[in-house]
Write a protein that binds this ligand. Structure first.
Ligand code: SAM
Length: 286
C-alpha cells in the first residue's frame, strides 16, 4: 500500500495491528519524511549494496531501503513487529527478516550467507538503550561493515565527532577515531518520532577505515589509559593513570614516560590526540 506520509503509514499500521509500543526496546518510530530522505542520502545506498538494518520497527525506513538496495537484512528483536513486517513488506523479495537480538547475531556469518562475505552498509534508527554497545561491538569484533549511517541520541553523536579540548571529547570520540571517520549528517528534533522521546537525536555516518589511522603496539593498553584518563578528567594524567584499578604504573614511571614523550608533568588527557595517546601507550608498554 502507498501512503501519503511516513506518519500516516505508521498510524495506519499501529491501529490495524493493535500494536503497543515497548519502552524497554527503545521503540520510537521515525515519522518525518525529510529525515528519512536525509538518512538515505547520507548513506549513499545503491543497487550494489546489501544493507543490514538494526531494529526495522514498523518498517518505514526498511521499505525505502528495499527500493534502493540490492538486499536488506533486517534484524528485529520484537516478535510482534517481525510478524507485522512479514505481512506489510511481503511484496519485496529482497528482504531477509531475522527475529533476533542484534547483540547475538554473528555478522560475519550473515555476510557469508547473504553477501558473499563482503561488507555491509549498516543503516538504522538505533535503539538508544544499547547504541554504544552495538557500535563498539561492531568495531571491536571487526565485523564486515563498510559504513554505518545511524540515528543516535544527539549527545552521543556530539561525543563521537568531538575534537580534542572540547567538552564532549572523551573515550567514545577516541574509540570512534580509531576505527572510523565520523560525519554528522543531520540534527533531528524529538517531534520527528512516535512516540516522542525525551531527547533530541542526530544522524551520524561512520565510515570504517581500511587501515587504522595510528599504529599502536598494544591496543588494549591504549584504551585502558584513555578510559583511566577520561574517568577522572579533572586530574592530571599522572594521577589518573596511577590511580586506575586496571593499570599498575607508579607515578614515577608515568612521569618518566611523559618526559620521554615530550609532555609536561601536569598535562591532562583532555587535549591529547589519538596519536599522542598511542605514543604514550607505546612507551609505557616497554
Ligand atoms: N527503524 C524504525 C524506525 O526508524 O522507525 C524503528 C527504530 S526504534 C528507535 C528501534 C528498533 O530497534 C525497535 O523496533 C526495537 O524493537 C528494535 N530493537 C531494540 N532492541 C533491539 C535489539 N537488541 N536487537 C534488534 N532490534 C532491537
Amino acid at each position: 500500500m502507498d501512503f501519503e506520509s511516513a506518519g500516516k503509514r505508521t498510524r495506519y499500521i499501529v491501529d490495524k495491528y493493535d500494536f503497543y509500543f515497548k519502552k524497554r526496546f527503545g521503540q520510537n518510530f521515525l515519522i518525518d519524511d525529510r529525515v528519512l530522505d536525509k538518512i538515505i542520502d547520507a548513506s549513499a545506498v545503491g543497487k550494489e549494496d546489501t544493507v543490514l538494518e538494526i531494529g526495522p520497527g514498523i518498517g518505514t525506513l526498511t521499505e525505502r531501503l528495499l527500493k534502493k538496495a540490492k538486499r536488506v537484512i533486517a534484524v528485529e528483536i520484537d516478535r510482534d513487529l517481525s510478524g507485522i513486517l512479514k505481512e506489510t513488506l511481503s511484496e519485496y523479495d529482497n528482504l531477509v527478516l531475522i527475529n533476533e537480538d542484534i547483540m547475538k547475531v554473528d555478522m560475519a556469518e550473515l555476510s557469508r550467507e547473504y553477501n558473499e562475505g563482503r561488507p555491509f552498509k549498516i543503516i538504522a534508527n538505533l535503539p538508544y538503550y544499547i547504541t554504544t554497545p552495538i557500535i563498539m561491538g561492531i568495531f571491536e569484533s571487526g565485523a564486515p561493515v563498510k559504513d554505518m549511517t545511524v540515528m543516535v541520541q544527539k549527545e552521543v553523536a556530539e561525543r563521537m565527532e568531538a575534537l580534542p579540548g572540547s567538552k564532549d571529547y572523551g573515550a567514545l570520540s577516541l574509540a570512534v577515531y580509531y576505527y572510523a571517520k565520523p560525519y554528522l549528517a543531520a540534527r533531528v528534533p524529538r517531534n520527528c518520532f512516535m512516540p516522542r522521546p525525551n531527547v533530541d537525536s542526530a544522524v551520524i555516518k561512520l565510515t570504517v577505515y581500511d587501515e587504522r589511522p595510528v599504529d599502536v603496539k598494544d591496543e588494549r593498553l591504549m584504551f585502558s589509559i584513555i578510559r583511566a584518563v577520561f574517568n577522572q578528567r579533572r586530574k592530571t594524567m599522572i594521577n589518573s593513570i596511577s590511580g586506575s584499578k586496571d593499570l599498575s604504573f607508579t607515578k614515577d614511571e608515568i612521569k618518566e614516560v611523559l618526559r620521554k614523550a615530550g609532555f609536561n608533568e601536569d598535562i591532562r588527557g583532555e587535549k591529547l590526540t589519538l596519536s599522542e595517546f598511542a605514543k604514550i601507550s607505546d612507551i609505557l608498554s616497554q
